[in-house]
Ligand binder design. Structure first.
Ligand SMILES: Nc1nc2c(c(=O)[nH]1)N[C@H]1C(S)=C(S)[C@@H](COP(=O)(O)O)O[C@H]1N2
Ligand SMILES: [Mo]
Length: 392
């Protein structure tokens, strides 16, 4: 607290529990986290912040426009020099603990652009509404992550043949203040953990990972709900069963295995863990509400992604989905990176238009025009993004 305030809190031991010093409450989150002023704060306890579509126009998302999703309190006084990562679990041959220096010097470094989208991105559109942060479209990012392969470290520890899952543990603390409770402890099946792009990352966009995004070490599982990418990572357990940490059960990051009518009660046994994220896209230029002079054409651009899959086709419509034209679509920088698209559009006459964008994945599955399957927590809304344009 003293370092955040720039002075010791003389009677700090008398400050009632759960009271935040005024000077800290006044701190604005934009300067605190080095975020652009146009970012939208959805919650301050814990901090949750999202981008607007036009802020995500960069090919690689810089920190200023990267959404923040926290389930607990950001750890204080993180010391990279004493930080350790322990690998243990029922299915670890010989549990080991590594310093950051060990990880950085023992294993080869790899860099990938990885798309991280919160499972609840788009939740605000669900009806009946779902509780939780009311994300619109901006809980997605694609940064350049550098680290070592989780698979290399797991092999160094040794993985028993009965291993099926990994679970992460981290240094953030539960909002209740109860040290025995973890805010979140999720994981992925062993096959995802062993993919070459699954990283134990210590750099984001070539610099130390910002504190809010997991400094000094984070797990990055591109293409899966970003809740599987544990920040402030200090332990990974190799499990002989599906990981049973906080937010692995109930309706957390799980959806009905079969579609249900909106508002239905769904039994635990009928809920399935979200794995790869569905195909989705975002028009990041122009900003919705753009004005265009008659006779001028407009070049739109944006990104598309499809979880574990690639995007194979990108289309746009200016007549509310009646007819579709194709966009130019780039290959991803690497597997699990979002792909950039562009299209130059001519409008027939003055008036109001909407540009709708639709991505199709490599299995031929396209984004729905309207909200897809309702689920209790409002996950996986991959409906088409649309922007307004006026030709004057
Ligand atoms: N330790 C820890 N890791 C975490 C979380 C968290 O609260 N604590 N939130 C998860 C969720 S739900 C998401 S969507 C992503 C958000 O990553 P970001 O804040 O870096 O954008 O981090 C994931 N990793
Ligand atoms: Mo999330």
């Amino acid at each position: 607290m003293a370092s955040a305030l720039g002075a010791p809190v003389v009677f700090g031991h008398r400050l009632p529990k759960d009271y935040l010093p005024l000077a800290l409450q006044d701190q604005d989150p934009f300067s605190l986290f080095s975020k652009d002023k146009e970012m939208v704060v959805l919650n301050d306890r814990p901090w949750n912040m999202e981008a607007k579509a036009h802020l995500l126009n960069d090919r690689i998302t810089p920190n200023t426009y990267m959404f923040i999703r926290n389930n607990g309190r950001i750890p204080e006084a993180v010391d990279a020099n004493t930080w350790r990562l322990t690998i243990d679990g029922e299915s670890a041959v010989s549990p080991k603990s590594y310093s950051l220096h060990d990880l950085k010097t023992k294993f080869k470094h790899h860099t990938y652009q990885l798309t991280l989208e919160c499972g609840g991105n788009g939740r605000s559109e669900f009806n009946p509404p779902a509780k939780g942060n009311q994300w619109t479209v901006g809980a997605v990012s694609c940064a350049n992550w550098t680290g070592v392969r989780l698979s290399d470290v797991l092999k160094d520890v040794g993985v028993k043949t009965d291993a099926v899952y990994i679970g992460y543990h981290a240094a953030d603390t539960h909002l209740s203040g109860d040290p025995k409770k973890e805010p979140i402890s999720r994981g992925v099946p062993l096959a995802k953990a062993m993919q070459q792009e699954t990283l134990l990352a210590f750099k984001m966009n070539g610099a130390d990972i910002p504190l809010a995004h997991g400094y000094p070490l984070r797990l990055v599982c591109g293409g899966w709900p970003a809740s599987t990418s544990g920040k402030w990572l200090n332990r990974i357990s190799i499990r002989n069963q599906v990981h049973d940490g906080a937010k692995m059960g109930g309706s957390s990051y799980r959806v009905p295995c079969e579609t249900v009518a909106p508002g239905s009660k769904v039994e635990e046994k009928d809920m399935c863990i979200i794995e790869s994220m569905p195909v989705k896209s975002l028009i990041t230029y122009p900003k919705s509400g753009a004005l265009l002079k008659k006779g001028k054409s407009l070049t739109i651009n944006g990104h598309a992604w499809a979880g574990e899959l690639a995007v194979s086709k990108m289309s746009y419509s200016i007549d509310f989905g009646s007819t579709w034209q194709s966009c130019q679509l780039e290959d991803p920088a690497n597997r699990l990176a979002w792909q950039h698209f562009r299209a130059t559009i001519a409008f027939p006459k003055k008036g109001y238009y909407e540009i709708w964008a639709q991505a199709t994945d490599s299995n031929g599955v396209g984004q729905p025009m309207v909200l897809p399957g309702w689920n209790p927590k409002g996950y996986l809304n991959n409906a088409c993004h649309r922007i307004a344009v006026k030709v004057v």
